[in-house]
Structures are given as structure tokens and as C-alpha cells.
Design a protein around this ligand. Structure first.
Ligand code: HEC
Length: 139
């Protein structure tokens, strides 16, 4: 009698063990970091909007100020806002404001375009990506 019970209990115990094991796995930290994080910084437009406050000493989205207005800047040629007095250097640059170019510009405008008249930079790659993500939404 006992031996029959044992033979029936053994597979039950195995099934229970497997259930617990797979449940435990489902709660384990999901994936190795390489699979969780996309390569290169991905921009957070909301944080970028907060950081954009720092640009607003000289820029706005819709009015030319110390610097040119920004709405629609991602994807357009440099120095193309009508009515803004750009430096000769930026006018002659031939740059188009792709996200990659904006990243270089915000890293150091004077290195990308020597003689440009913006003297402001953003040191952290993630912050630059966030600002660019924000600008990309201002169409
Ligand atoms: C201290 C003033 C100042 C600040 C702060 C500033 N800029 Fe500028 N920015 C300028 C000026 C001046 C120009 C025009 C450069 C030229 O003509 O050479 C410019 C030009 C630009 C351009 C080129 C636009 C075009 O139409 O070609 C971009 C893009 C830009 N700024 C982005 C930014 C961003 C983003 C920030 C904030 C992270 C920022 N700037 C902060 C002064 C500033």
C-alpha cells in the first residue's frame, strides 16, 4: 500500500518541483544587461524639455533671439532661419542638422564650426541625446 502511494507521489512531486522551478525563473532578473539596453544613448524627450530651459537664455522655439528659433531644426540645413543674422562660419558650413550633427554641435560648437557664434555646450552624452529627442518633437 505504502509503496503504491509512493510511486504515485513521486511524479506529483516532480511536477510540483518543475512548476516551482519555472515560477522562480519567471521572477529571476529578466535578461542579461546586453539584451535590455539598446546600443547608444536613447533620448528622453521629457528630460530633454527640462534641459532645454538652459538653451532658453538665447533660444526659443518660435522667436529669433540671441540665437535662431528652433522649431523644426532637426533635419533642416544649418543657418536657414529667415531673418536671423548667422555667423559667416555657420552659413558656409554646409551642415544639415541630423541628430548626429546636433550631437557634435552640442558637444562643442567651436570644434564643429570654427568661428560660429554659439558658446555653449552640453558635456553629458545622455543629456545631449535627451535634448535632441526633445527638439525632434518640435515640428
Ligand atoms: C549663450 C547663448 C546660447 C545658448 C545658451 C545656446 N545657444 Fe544655440 N546658438 C546661439 C547662437 C548665437 C547661435 C548662432 C550661431 C551662428 O550663427 O554661428 C546658435 C545656434 C544654434 C543652432 C543652429 C541653428 C540653425 O538654425 O542653424 C542650434 C541647433 C543651437 N544653437 C542649439 C542650441 C541648444 C540645443 C542649446 C541648449 C542646449 C543652445 N543652442 C544654447 C547661442 C546660444
Amino acid at each position: 500500500m505504502t509503496s503504491r502511494l509512493q510511486t504515485r507521489a513521486a511524479p506529483m512531486a516532480l511536477v510540483l518541483f518543475l512548476c516551482l522551478a519555472s515560477a522562480a525563473q519567471a521572477h529571476a532578473p529578466d535578461k542579461p544587461p546586453a539584451e535590455r539596453v539598446a546600443p547608444g544613448p536613447t533620448g528622453d524627450a521629457v528630460h530633454g524639455g527640462q534641459l532645454y530651459q538652459g538653451c532658453m537664455g538665447c533660444h526659443s522655439l518660435d522667436e529669433n533671439d540671441v540665437g535662431p528659433k528652433h522649431r523644426g531644426v532637426v533635419g533642416r540645413p544649418a543657418a536657414s532661419v529667415p531673418g536671423y543674422a548667422y555667423s559667416k562660419a555657420l552659413k558656409a558650413s554646409g551642415i544639415t542638422w541630423t541628430p548626429a550633427m546636433l550631437d557634435k554641435w552640442l558637444t562643442n560648437p567651436q570644434v564643429l564650426v570654427p568661428g560660429a557664434k554659439m558658446y555653449f555646450s552640453i558635456a553629458k552624452p545622455q543629456d545631449r541625446a535627451d535634448i535632441i529627442a526633445y527638439l525632434a518633437k518640435q515640428k
